[in-house]
Ligand binder design. Structure first.
Ligand SMILES: Nc1ncnc2c1ncn2[C@@H]1O[C@H](COP(=O)(O)OP(=O)(O)OP(=O)(O)O)[C@@H](O)[C@H]1O
Ligand SMILES: [Mg+2]
Length: 227
């Protein structure tokens, strides 16, 4: 098993209001799974993905990733863990405007102690993998939405992560570009990456091997897809 969440709860407290973003979350994810998370706006999907991605910490509960217990890790160790094992893809691409596509992707390998030659090879390979090599020296604003998202995928995979987390990766794309992104995610999964993807698209969720439905901060259904 790759991931085990036990009794995860996430509360947001402000002066007067307490919001329960997640409660009673118990979730197991196997290595090489492709899981889609669905549910209405505000039900806690991004919060869950952020906790899985260690961008956010749960209020209570435990998170095992392989042999590691992540809720007990300090920030520096966690940052290293993130760089080595996780890749993120967001709805709004989140590329850095001032850097070229190639520089954006290379940035994901900073602090990784990878020799320059190897780093270049990996960046070129990641760009080819998503068909963005011909835009290496362009800036994000010079690319279409679909191209920007493919560049963001290259950035996510250049470190060869075990787990790819995608929060509505096709949310800002038209049908054709959305289908391209799904094709790439599926082949990455075929090659052995574990993928957890939040989506509002039923047809995209059906491409995953398992679907999890959330409501009011809880997992209400988890079903294997017939594929
Ligand atoms: N920083 C925050 N402070 C307070 N409440 C928050 C914060 N972030 C999220 N929430 C609340 O937690 C709940 C879950 O939010 P979350 O972003 O996880 O929803 P979501 O399922 O991703 O929704 P969407 O489909 O709209 O992206 C919501 O009620 C939201 O208002
Ligand atoms: Mg969200």
């Amino acid at each position: 098993m790759l991931i085990k969440l036990m009794n995860i709860q996430r509360l947001y407290r402000s002066d007067e209001i307490e919001t329960t973003a997640l409660q009673n979350i118990n979730l197991h994810i196997e290595e090489k799974e492709f899981v889609a998370i669905m549910g209405p706006s505000g039900c806690g999907k991004s919060t869950l993905l952020n906790i899985l991605g260690t961008i956010d910490r749960p209020t209570t509960g435990s998170y095992h990733f392989g042999q590691h217990e992540l809720t007990e890790m300090n920030e520096a160790t966690l940052a290293k863990f993130r760089r080595e094992h996780l890749g993120y893809i967001f709805q709004s691409f989140n590329l850095i405007d001032e850097l070229t596509i190639k520089e954006n992707i290379e940035l994901a390998l900073t602090y990784r102690n990878i020799p320059k030659n190897e780093r270049r090879k990996r960046v070129d390979h990641a760009m080819d993998r998503v068909g963005i090599g011909h835009r290496a020296h362009h800036y994000p604003s010079q690319l279409s939405g679909g191209q920007q998202q493919r560049a963001a995928i290259a950035r996510a995979i250049v470190g060869k992560p075990r787990l790819i987390l995608a929060d509505e990766p096709t949310g800002n794309l038209d049908t054709e570009n959305g289908a391209q992104v799904m094709d790439i995610l599926q082949s990455l999964n075929d090659e052995g990456a574990t993928i957890i993807m939040v989506t509002h698209s039923l047809s995209h969720a059906d491409l995953a091997r398992r679907r999890i439905d959330m409501l009011d901060g809880q997992i209400v259904v988890s079903v294997a897809n017939a594929i």
